[in-house]
Design a protein around this ligand. Structure first.
Ligand code: MRU
Length: 332
């Protein structure tokens, strides 16, 4: 199954789709330097945990091509956004490969190695998400076989825009469409950044039936029996299955539990932080007042929340669907 790609290489630069201009405008932006890559992550020209990781990996390659020291590059990229663990995962992987080659390789070889590893990270994300789609499809197919159609609710944007390709939460939906299932998606607005508009744009481009809704409508729709399952993405999954995702995810999980609606998290293994014991250790990004639209009054704008593992029916990974207490079984 083909998917559009969010990040591609072009003549020693990296080209991204600028998500701050979507859905009004489809604009591609070249990243030529480490500063470009760090800026793109910070201002959310690229966003979504897997895509942040891939962009950071390419940022390392761009920084080395400028002749910058690896320590400076890693520090600059690590400081961009705190919650999505894919960022640290990608930086650690790049650092490991480059440090291992430090004795044997000269500067040019190390630069080539950085491009090669960033490319591998991007390709692996694409493959992992395609596999997530196939595993998640089994859940949707089971519902469709009972009900004739499937109503899925999602939150934020965890589609191809948030990854290198395919998406995570939306991958099973695209797979269901290819399989000919009658699928409809409830797309949550996702205040304050409105990533739901990105999801609606993606689904619209692919011809997947969907309905845009305000965040606060989720509980009512579930109470009315209009939602068969919820599938969301993740920014960091702790070893015990507690899951950080876009603010508002937790409320959907609570409503889903109250109404017997299965709540699934779809994420590649690069989003699981096995070194993080539980959700209380996940750093939560606080963002600016301007996003909430307030001036001088006191405000809170946490960008993510943590859904406890006991509210999650299953975690859909590239290695299959596991319950939170089975996470260790998919550890690489
Ligand atoms: O602040 P964002 O837009 O980067 O947050 C994105 C999310 O919370 C996504 O749901 C998550 O990264 C999963 S993306 C496949």
């Amino acid at each position: 199954m083909n998917s559009p790609r969010t990040i591609v290489e072009n003549n020693g630069a990296v080209v991204i789709l600028d998500q701050t201009r979507l859905p009004q405008e489809t604009a591609f932006v070249p990243l030529k330097t480490l500063a470009d890559a760090a800026h793109a992550i910070r201002v959310m020209q690229v966003r979504g945990a897997p895509l942040i990781g891939a962009t950071a990996a390419y940022g390392v390659a761009l920084g080395l091509a400028e002749g910058l020291a690896l320590e400076v590059i890693l520090k600059t990229l690590a400081a961009t956004r705190p919650t999505a663990v894919n960022l640290n995962w990608a930086l650690e992987r790049m650092a490991r490969v480059l440090q291992e080659s430090a004795q044997a390789a000269d500067a040019n070889e190390r630069r080539a190695l950085a491009w090669q590893e960033a490319r591998a990270i991007a390709r692996e994300d694409e493959a992992a998400n395609a596999a997530i789609g196939q595993h998640g499809l089994t859940l949707l197919a089971e519902i469709a076989s009972r009900k004739g159609r499937v109503e899925v609710m999602t939150h934020c944007n965890a589609g191809w825009l948030a990854t290198v390709a395919h998406g995570t939460a939306l991958a099973p939906i695209y797979a269901a469409q290819v399989a000919g299932l009658a699928v409809h998606v409830w797309v949550s607005e996702t205040r304050p950044r409105n990533q739901g508009l990105l999801t609606a744009w993606e689904l619209g481009q692919a011809g997947v039936p969907h309905t845009f809704m305000v965040d606060n409508a989720a509980g009512l729709l579930m109470m009315q029996g209009r939602v068969d399952c919820v599938i969301v993405g993740a920014d960091r999954i702790a070893a015990n299955g507690d899951t950080a995702n876009k603010i508002g995810t937790y409320l959907k999980a609570l409503a889903a539990k109250a109404h017997g609606v299965p709540f699934y998290v779809a994420a590649p293994l690069s989003t699981i932080d096995f070194a993080c014991p539980d959700g209380t250790h996940i750093p939560i990004e606080e963002r600016a007042a301007a996003e909430v639209g307030v001036g001088s009054m006191a405000f809170a704008n946490p960008a993510f929340d943590v859904t406890p593992a006991n509210l999650i029916a299953g975690i859909i990974t590239e290695r299959g669907i596991v319950s939170a207490d089975q996470l260790a079984s998919v550890k690489p």
